[in-house]
Design a protein around this ligand. Structure first.
Ligand code: HMG
Ligand code: MG
Length: 299
């Protein structure tokens, strides 16, 4: 296999939104710049959400203003509504992501809205973004289980993904927010969504709570997906998903993909170094197994 897989680095957003301590703005900016220098084409930078809900990312504007952008790198930001969209644009964002879930219960806790209400909020955001030439990604959370309602019917995942796509989201990221999925379920979920949305418009987003993330990614790669979300050093969780542990570590994903002969454009050594740097800033060891193995080899 010599195909390209696009790995979307979500650490600065999905990783840092869940840190207990507020990470200084300068560290966030350095993290994004380091990651862009590793060869990613997309580094999700921050969120323009309510600071009362996510105080960890309350400095979104300062992060976007402080960032030295590398040509060719995309720096999308999350926005929940028109207010967030307007602030993101003033701060220079040229790509955004909207987010909802396949579970009603999760949406109420995460964004204080039903699925339909959340989509109604996105409609004007999408209309404005499309008019402005701003690319939009749509996240669907809880695709393999919900911390509040448990099982999430596949038809709900398909319905929400298809709706976001029809509204103009060019890419739909399917999120196992609490990391409970297993490979056969992940494959079946992706297959069902791909009947309604082209596979080329789909991405997968796994959290590693039960240690299944790489196995799930492999199953989805075999099913045909070529866009994978991951977070450096395995940072993250979800503030509104009890028990959710980190995102799958980018280093581990890149190691697996390169080992399979797939191309990502990401320099694994530089990424491992960035993961150790971030972990040191956060006062702990990296959540990446590849990072820890590399450190042990050189100790
Ligand atoms: P609300 O409290 O229901 O709404 O929040 P509101 O519209 O009544 O606004 C309340 C206050 O927030 C007002 O301020 C607004 O001005 C302000 P006040 O008058 O009280 O001073 N406000 C804002 N401030 C800044 N930026 C904004 C904004 N909007 C309103 N954009 C809202 C509704 C959606 C805003 C809120 O629930 C929210 O911001 N939620 C964010 C939740 C979040 O970011 N969750 C994590 C991301 S999702 C995720 O991690 C999953 C993912 O990784 C995939 C996966 O793993 O599955 C993507
Ligand atoms: Mg996530």
């Amino acid at each position: 296999m010599n195909e390209h897989v696009r790995v979307v680095e979500v650490g600065p957003r999905d990783g840092l939104q869940n840190e207990q301590a507020i990470v200084p703005t300068a560290i966030k900016i350095e993290l994004i710049e380091r990651l862009a220098a590793c060869g990613y084409d997309t580094v999700e930078a921050t969120s323009f959400v309510s600071p009362k809900w996510i105080p960890q990312l309350a400095d979104a504007e300062a992060v976007m203003h402080g960032l030295r952008r590398r040509p060719g790198v995309r720096y999308p930001v999350l926005v929940p509504n028109l207010q967030g969209y307007a602030c993101a644009r003033v701060a220079g964002a040229s790509e955004i992501a909207v987010f909802t879930a396949a579970s009603e219960a999760f949406n109420q806790t995460n964004i204080n809205a039903s699925i339909d209400e959340s989509i109604a909020r996105f409609e004007p955001v999408l209309a404005q973004a499309l008019a402005d030439g701003v690319a939009v990604r749509g996240y669907v959370s809880t695709v393999l289980g919900c911390p509040y309602q448990g099982e999430v019917p596949l038809r709900d995942v398909v319905r929400v993904a298809a709706r976001l796509h029809a509204l103009g989201c060019g890419e739909i990221s399917l999120g196992d927010t609490i990391g409970v999925g297993t490979p056969a379920k992940a494959r079946a979920m992706l297959r069902a969504v791909a009947d309604a949305v082209p596979m080329t418009a789909l991405a997968v987003h796994f959290h590693d709570t039960y240690g299944q993330a790489l196995a799930n990614i492999l199953a989805c790669l075999e099913e045909g997906v070529r866009v994978i979300d991951a977070a450096v050093a395995g940072t993250g969780g979800c503030p509104y998903a009890r028990g959710a542990s980190g995102n799958v570590a980018s280093e581990d994903v890149i190691y697996m993909l390169h080992g399979m002969g797939l191309h990502t454009g990401v320099d694994l050594d530089a990424l491992v170094a960035s993961g150790h740097w971030l972990a040191a800033q956060l006062g702990r060891v990296t959540g990446s197994r590849v990072g820890r193995a590399r450190a042990a080899e050189t100790a």
